[in-house]
Ligand binder design. Structure first.
Ligand SMILES: Nc1ncnc2c1ncn2[C@@H]1O[C@H](COP(=O)(O)OP(=O)(O)OP(=O)(O)O)[C@@H](O)[C@H]1O
Length: 546
């Protein structure tokens, strides 16, 4: 009996021994396979690292210091003011694509690092992230912005996974600790991500959560306990860039940031960007080709890209210089459209006046208005207006409302003013006011232009073609202040205006240094006196009773 038992025991011992021997062999085999696979992949990666294409021109020509950024002097000054101080502020940059927002933000941090009183130092990082690539994940399994926790259920057989310990993964807010977090297209952040970001800006740390974490678990390393107890550090300054308008950005974010506007680049500025590249890269190019690029490039990135294609074409065709025909071919095949830059002329026109407007990020622009007025008999008149927005939809937090466009209301105000103060009964006239630019006009600032245009048409008073104006007109003939006057003055100057009429309340000391005559006015009477150099009532009476 004993012999049988010993035999059975021996048999099972052999089976168990064999089992473990096989397991050991398998493990060794798997390890060998993994090592072989890893070696092959490592070698492949090293081979890939040896392959390098040449650096694209856009990378090579990335601005490296303040002087390299063209046309954004005001924006850079504002960035420096906000960042180079003992107490740097969060910043929001508005502007069209490719006008230097990212480049300026990078340079601003470098400048702040040189600043003695700045809390930034040589180790301060610039962490760049694009909000359009940040997917919102309700379970926060992977959150590259805030950071996430890899719970044991997702970790598989890793060391933390086997020990059942949740593993914190820092996000961009922690990686940017002590430096700048740059979020491109910040307006595209999901509202929940935006709220989380606002909380981090306030706490200057980020708290992570996990159902797998237990403060009493002795297996959990001290680092993980510390993260769950005290949060991950996230003390950074935010620079958000957006191509959206101010109204589209949540006010909670805006109120925590300094808002800076980057303007669109004009032909002269695009030319400076081109000249900088040509000088650095020693590119041979015809002057007419350069001029054509400035007409078609909507921003700095476009200019660099057109130039690079033209240069490649020249090399490919073994030509000796970039010709205008090369650029013509590129703009045609690339579907580029030319930018319209209105130039004023010095003639005198009846019914034609230069107004000024502000469009999105493009800054100020000259908007022409033309009017005709024909007497058609008592009560037989008609008033037409074209080229303006007729109706506007207003979105309020709880409801939507429609209202007549401000340009429409301006026309009604002007007609009332002409009737009451200047005895012009518009019901007796066929009147047509037109904004020919193709850009729908809205806003009260069209008032003064409409008034002068109609006045000129009614009283046949020619208006100088090199004067521009902006201002709201009331039914009593007062000129009220409007927005965007600095941009409008800049646009008038660029268009070659001799003088700009603005509301007196908008007048600033800095305008006196501008290389253009600024005429501040409080009433339309002052405008008329300036334009036609004689007291209005007398002249109007002369014409009306002729
Ligand atoms: N104002 C400028 N001065 C000089 N170069 C510029 C300017 N704007 C753009 N560029 C050129 O275009 C490239 C792209 O600019 P950048 O990425 O800074 O633009 P951005 O405004 O951040 O655009 P996006 O909103 O598309 O990210 C730069 O590397 C530079 O070569």
């Amino acid at each position: 009996m004993n012999g049988i038992l010993i035999g059975v025991q021996f048999f099972f011992s052999c089976v168990i021994g064999l089992y473990f021997l096989l397991q050991l062999k398998n493990t060794k085999q798997t390890k060998t396979n993994i090592c072989r696979d890893s070696d092959e992949k490592y070698e492949k990666m090293q081979r890939m690292r040896c392959i390098r294409l040449t650096e694209p021109l856009t990378e090579k020509m990335r601005p490296h210091d303040e002087a390299d950024i063209i046309g954004q002097e005001d924006g850079i000054k504002a960035l420096k003011t906000a960042l180079c101080s003992p107490n740097p502020q969060h910043i929001l940059i508005y502007g069209s694509p490719g006008v230097g927002k990212t480049a300026a933000a990078r340079i601003a941090l470098e400048m702040a690092k040189q600043c003695e009183m700045s809390p930034f130092n040589s180790k301060s990082k610039f962490v760049e992230i694009d909000a359009t690539t940040l997917r919102f994940d309700e379970r926060s399994v992977a959150d590259p912005l805030m950071g996430s926790v890899h719970d044991p259920i997702y970790q598989g057989a890793g060391a933390y996974g086997q020990a059942g310990v949740p593993q914190p993964k820092p996000g961009a807010v922690t990686k940017a600790h002590g430096g700048v977090l740059f979020i491109d297209e910040i307006g595209e952040l999901h509202p929940i991500q935006m709220n989380k970001l606002l909380k981090v800006l306030e706490d200057r740390k980020v708290y992570l959560e996990s159902a797998y974490y237990s403060p009493y678990d002795e297996n959990t390393p001290t680092y993980v306990h510390d993260v769950f107890k005290n949060g991950l550090p996230a003390d950074f300054r935010l620079i958000g860039a957006t191509t959206r308008s101010r109204e589209e950005i949540p006010s909670a974010l805006r109120s925590r940031c300094v808002e800076i506007f980057f303007k669109d680049l004009d032909e002269e500025e695009i030319m400076k960007i081109i000249d900088r590249i040509i000088a650095k890269e020693h590119m041979p190019i015809e002057d007419t080709a350069k001029e054509m690029i400035t007409q078609y490039a909507a921003n700095g990135r476009d200019a660099v890209s057109i130039l690079q294609t033209a240069y490649n074409k020249m090399l490919y065709e073994h030509a000796s210089t970039i010709a205008k025909t090369d650029v013509e071919w590129i703009v045609k095949s690339g579907g580029y459209t030319p930018a319209l830059h209105k130039k004023l002329n010095t003639g005198y026109y009846i019914g034609k006046v230069n107004g000024l407007g502000v469009m999105g990020h493009s800054g100020g622009m000259v908007l022409e208005v033309e009017s005709i007025a024909q007497k058609v008999g008592t009560g037989k008149g008609k008033v037409n207006i074209t080229g303006v927005i007729e109706e506007e939809e207003l979105k309020m937090s709880t409801s939507k409302a429609k209202r007549k466009s401000m340009a429409y209301s301006s026309l009604e105000n002007v007609l009332t003013l002409l009737k009451v103060k200047y005895n012009v009964d518009y019901e007796d006239y066929y009147i047509h006011v037109n904004y020919p630019s193709g850009i729908p006009v809205d806003g009260p600032s069209a008032g003064i232009t409409m008034f002068c245009s109609l006045y000129s048409a009614l009283f046949e008073e020619p208006v100088p073609g090199n004067i521009a104006m902006t201002g709201e007109v009331t039914i009593n003939g007062n000129v009220y202040p409007v927005g965007g006057v600095s941009e409008k003055i800049r646009a008038a100057k660029k268009a070659g205006a001799r003088a700009v009429i603005i509301p007196k309340e908008n007048m600033q000391e800095t305008f006196l240094k501008e290389d253009i005559e600024i005429i501040p006015v409080e009433t339309v009477t002052e405008v008329i006196e300036y334009l036609w150099d004689m007291p209005i009532t007398k002249k109007a009476e002369n014409i009306l009773h002729a």
